[in-house]
Structures are given as structure tokens and as C-alpha cells.
Design a protein around this ligand. Structure first.
Ligand SMILES: Cc1ncc(COP(=O)(O)O)c(C=O)c1O
Length: 416
């Protein structure tokens, strides 16, 4: 570990929570240099939905490289990009009657969010954006401005203008519909709230603590956007790509966002991001929003392989929903088995949170789980939520074993 401590910046983060050197990985497993095996319930924060070194994906990439496929081409036309566009259209958009245009952005989530904000402001000619309490959208300037957590928002470097934060679903308790407040503030000339170009929202706030918005709340939010001529952007970077059980997290709510940000698993594990936009919003001039790494052709190959392996029919979606039911049931049992924790279980698909209010307890659970061979991260403003984010391809047996380790880690944390 010495080289990391000596040479790498203090800013390093996950290596502190999981202090080992990983060498190999396969499916839902990671192996460190000592050969110790770890179940991965973190999945690259939602980048490894198809597991580590997925056979279908790696085979496609190896073949592509061995055939001298183009790896980098800015946004020029390539065979890999053509195949990706065809595959995404045929497996994701057309079956869902979606007619989005696809914009390739820089390959990280925050690049995609920045693009969405810029386009919304450009189209509507307004600068304000509404974001929500506990929202997380990335850490470049514009994305940090719409991210709630103070940890990321030092006033010396965050531009705090042109953003209004509104209470997310449930923020004011189960009996308050926060959409009522939003609607009132937008209607009232004297509320101080400027009509924004867009509202940006996660249907499930992943980093923010696995807070799940109700479908009815999302529908009401969409209606407010329509009533006030505001664009609705769904940030599906972490909970899209099947995480919620459907390809898009907003499908079950029956809403029709104006823009959707996708990154993380859209690249089949490689860096890639796309912005989906309703065709009438495509007001860009050629080259107006550009960037060198918008043509990661290896990621296009990986993505097309993942989409054609898992999204041709709804079998994969059904399997995620089956595993989701197992995860939910097991976590509810855990909460009952340890009543003194006052734990709260919430989630959808294969993202679940176990909120443990006692300060520092969730962190102990993650640390004790790691010692026992499980990589599991925390979420929430105080790191009070143990976040379950296994690869969607995880075998049920491994899922059970991972949950068992969490139970052992809770028992150990309570004892210490
Ligand atoms: C919902 C959401 N949006 C945006 C981002 C930023 O993505 P990136 O870290 O790739 O910039 C994240 C990252 O966790 C995210 O969860």
C-alpha cells in the first residue's frame, strides 16, 4: 500500500475504505494480491452491472482489438459507433416507443450532466435549474452546484448561483407532498424562486442515501414541469442500465423525461456517457459542444455486446426483479433481527439501502464486512446507509452469502 500513500494525492477515497490491492476480478468477485476473495456489492458504483470481465463483453472487445478496430476517432463515423447506435435503438429505444436523439458527451457522468444543463439553459433561455435535497450529480463545476452534500460544496470553489434546491420526496416526512411546495413556489411571484430551464432529478437517490421517489410523486413532478414550461431531466447515471429492474428507472412511473443522462454501465464497464434528448431540443450548432473523448470505440463495442446479450427480451429484467425480491426480504429480516439498530430498509431493483441511524455504525459494518470478504459502500449525508449495489448478473447464492456477511458484520459491530 506504500506507493499509494507516498505518491497518490490525499484525495483518494475508496482505497481508504477498502485497503488492499486488487489484482483480478470475475463476475461478482474481486481478488486481491494475496489471493483473498471478496464479493463485490459495490459494482464500481453502478458501472459493473454486468459483472467484472463479463465473457460476452470481453470476447467482443478482444475480437475488435485483434481485428485492428478503430479505438479512438473523436466523433467521426466508425463501424463500432454505427453498431452501437443500431443496437441501442433496436434493443432499448424502439421497444419502449422512445424517440430520443443520442448525444455522445465526454465519458464520465458529470460530463453528461453538464451537457444536459447547458442544453436546457440554451433551449429555454433561462439560467436557473431546480435540483433536490440529497441529490448527487457529479463533481465538475455545474454538477457540483446542483449536488446537495456540503462535503463537496466549499464556497471557495462552488458557483452557487442559478440553482434552487427543493425538498425531495419524503424529505419533510411521509405526510408532506413536497410537490405542493414546489408548485406553490413556482406559482407565487414573490416566492423568490426563478422559473428554471430544467428540473433535474434522480428517481432513486443513490449517493444521497438510497432515497426512492414514489411513482405518483414523479408523475406530479412531470406535470409541474409541463405546466410551467420547464424541462425534466432524469439523471439515470447510477440507477439506469437495469439497476431498478427496468432498463430506465423512470419506466415504471410512466413518465416521459425531456432528457436522460446515462453513463456508468452504459459502457459495459468502460468509460462512456450519452445524453438522450427529445428531438425538438436538438438545437446545437455543429461542434458547439464537443470534446476529445466522445468516441470511445472500445466502449461502443462493449456496450453493444452488453445490450445485445441482456436486453433483447425481458428475461434479464425479470431476473433482476426476482433477485430484488430476495434482497428486500433478506434485508427486512436483518432489520427485524437487530431491532436495537432501528434500521430502515428501502430501495428498488438491485439497489437497496439499510439505514442505521447510530452515528458511525454503518461505517463499522462496512469495515467488518470488508474483513470478512465483502466490498460494500456507504451512502447518505452522514454515511449512515449501507448501500447494496451488487452486479445485476450476480448468482443468487453469492447474493445470499454477501447478505450473510453483512449480518455477521452487524453482529460484530454491535459487539465491539
Ligand atoms: C446520479 C449520478 N449522477 C452523476 C454522477 C457522476 O458521475 P461521474 O462520477 O462519472 O462523473 C454520479 C456518480 O456517482 C451519479 O450517481
Amino acid at each position: 500500500m506504500q506507493i499509494f500513500e507516498q505518491v497518490e494525492s490525499q484525495v483518494r477515497s475508496y482505497i481508504r475504505a477498502f485497503p488492499t490491492v486488487f489484482e483480478k476480478s470475475k463476475g461478482a468477485m474481486l481478488y486481491d494480491e494475496q489471493g483473498k476473495a471478496y464479493i463485490d456489492f459495490f459494482a464500481g458504483a453502478g458501472t459493473l452491472n454486468y459483472g467484472h470481465n463479463n465473457e460476452a463483453i470481453t470476447t467482443a472487445m478482444i475480437n475488435y482489438l485483434q481485428n485492428d478496430g478503430v479505438v479512438h476517432a473523436l466523433d467521426m463515423g466508425t463501424t463500432a459507433k454505427k453498431r452501437f447506435l443500431e443496437t441501442f435503438t433496436n434493443t432499448v429505444l424502439t421497444p419502449r416507443n422512445l424517440t430520443y436523439k443520442i448525444q455522445f458527451t465526454g465519458p464520465t457522468g458529470t460530463n453528461c450532466v453538464e451537457t444536459a444543463l447547458k442544453l436546457a439553459r440554451r433551449v429555454k433561455g433561462r439560467s436557473n435549474i431546480i435540483s433536490f435535497t440529497n441529490g448527487f450529480h457529479g463533481l465538475t463545476m455545474g454538477s457540483t452546484a446542483i449536488t446537495g452534500n456540503k462535503h463537496y460544496r466549499h464556497e471557495s470553489y462552488v458557483n452557487r448561483s442559478n440553482v434552487s434546491f427543493m425538498p425531495y420526496d419524503g424529505y419533510l416526512g411521509p405526510n408532506v407532498n413536497t410537490i405542493d411546495y414546489l408548485r406553490k413556489a413556482l406559482s407565487d411571484n414573490s416566492s423568490g424562486l426563478d422559473i428554471p430551464a430544467a428540473v433535474i432529478v434522480e428517481t432513486i437517490q443513490a449517493e444521497g442515501g438510497v432515497n426512492v421517489a414514489g411513482f405518483e410523486w414523479l408523475r406530479q413532478l412531470e406535470q409541474v414541469c409541463r405546466d410551467f414550461d420547464i424541462l425534466l431531466i432524469i439523471d439515470d447515471i447510477q440507477v439506469g442500465n437495469g439497476r431498478s429492474g427496468d432498463f430506465f428507472s423512470f419506466e415504471a412511473a410512466g413518465i416521459s423525461p425531456d432528457m436522460v443522462t446515462l453513463s456508468k454501465s452504459i459502457g459495459g464497464g468502460l468509460p462512456m456517457a450519452i445524453l438522450l434528448l427529445k428531438p425538438e431540443l436538438d438545437e446545437w450548432k455543429p461542434g458547439e459542444h464537443t470534446g476529445t473523448f466522445r468516441g470511445n470505440n472500445l466502449a461502443f463495442v462493449a456496450s453493444a455486446a452488453a445490450l445485445s446479450t441482456y436486453w433483447q427480451d425481458d428475461a434479464f429484467s425479470q431476473s433482476i426483479k426476482r433477485k430484488s425480491a430476495v434482497l428486500k426480504e433478506e434485508l427486512e429480516k436483518t432489520a427485524q433481527e437487530f431491532p436495537t439498530l432501528k434500521a430502515n430498509v428501502r430501495g428498488r431493483g438491485l439497489i437497496y439501502g439499510l439505514e442505521i441511524p447510530a452515528q458511525g455504525f454503518a461505517k463499522k459494518v462496512s469495515q467488518n464486512a470488508f474483513k470478512r470478504g465483502l466490498v460494500i459502500e456507504l451512502a447518505g449525508a452522514r454515511g449512515q446507509v449501507v448501500k447494496f449495489l451488487p452486479p445485476l448478473t450476480i448468482e443468487e447464492e453469492t447474493l445470499h452469502r454477501g447478505i450473510e456477511i453483512v449480518n455477521e458484520a452487524i453482529a460484530a459491530s454491535a459487539g465491539s
